[in-house]
Design a protein around this ligand. Sequence first.
Ligand SMILES: C[S@@+](CC[C@H](N)C(=O)[O-])C[C@H]1O[C@@H](n2cnc3c(N)ncnc32)[C@H](O)[C@@H]1O
Ligand SMILES: O=C(O)C(=O)C[C@]1(C(=O)O)C=C[C@@H](O)C=C1
Length: 253
Amino acid sequence: MSHTPEHETDTIYQSDQGQVADFTFDQAVARVFPDMIKRSVPGYAETVAMSGVIAGRYAQPGSNLYDLGCSLGAVTLAMRHGIHNKVADCRIIAIDNSQSMVERAGHYVALDEADFVADAAPVELACADICQYPLVNASVTALNFVLQFIPLEQRLALLSRIAAATLPGGALILSEKICFDDQEQRLQTDLHHDFKRANGYSDLEIAQKRSAIENVLIPESENVHIERLKAAGFSKVIRWYQCFNFVSFLAVK
Ligand SMILES: C[S@@+](CC[C@H](N)C(=O)[O-])C[C@H]1O[C@@H](n2cnc3c(N)ncnc32)[C@H](O)[C@@H]1O
Ligand SMILES: O=C(O)C(=O)C[C@]1(C(=O)O)C=C[C@@H](O)C=C1
């Protein structure tokens, strides 16, 4: 197992900000990110851990595994551990366009290397826009709570590029916050906010975070995701996980 890296408690929205600025993945967020995402996304730990299990099944020898929007590299490391001693000669390419995230991810990958066995798959970290970055020879790609931040009109093009780069039998793991029809939306939102409250966030923190992400994180319905994954070139799509309004799909080429 790797070390548990040190990080701080998320207090970003604790005091009244008056006008709440749009959410960005800046240095302040990168510093508290493990705490923030664990307390904000129901089922986050399971989606990360199972990305490793799924990678173990779908990775192919001599291929690339991509972690697009890697933040601190949690999925990168889960995939690295999941393929270890199972699939030879893979590279893991982890990309994020937040310099603060990529810097800290480098630290976590190094910690993993210090702890993990020597013949682990190499990890290449890049600070880049995933909508521009070339993708080739992919067996497994992860988009773990990332597509929701990509402008709507760019989502099909990104998924189509991923599908085109994916080897036959390869897979995409797509985890997202989703939306529902009005009645279910209210219930799921209430449950999500209950989850945040149970994790120690105050009503003010929940309200301010909601404003901050309103124009930045645009969720879509399960049906829209499944139809678009098929239009992009994946032949089989299943929802393998759901916890309240957060789901994860497995799309196979
Ligand atoms: C919620 S976080 C992802 C969490 C991460 N995948 C994990 O499992 O821990 C979203 C990440 O996507 C990155 N991101 C958003 N848009 C991006 C883009 N166009 N190119 C690269 N990274 C992007 C953000 O910087 C942020 O680190
Ligand atoms: O939907 C929310 O309220 C969230 O806080 C979700 C979410 C996410 O899904 O990425 C938003 C931003 C942070 O990265 C952590 C969690």
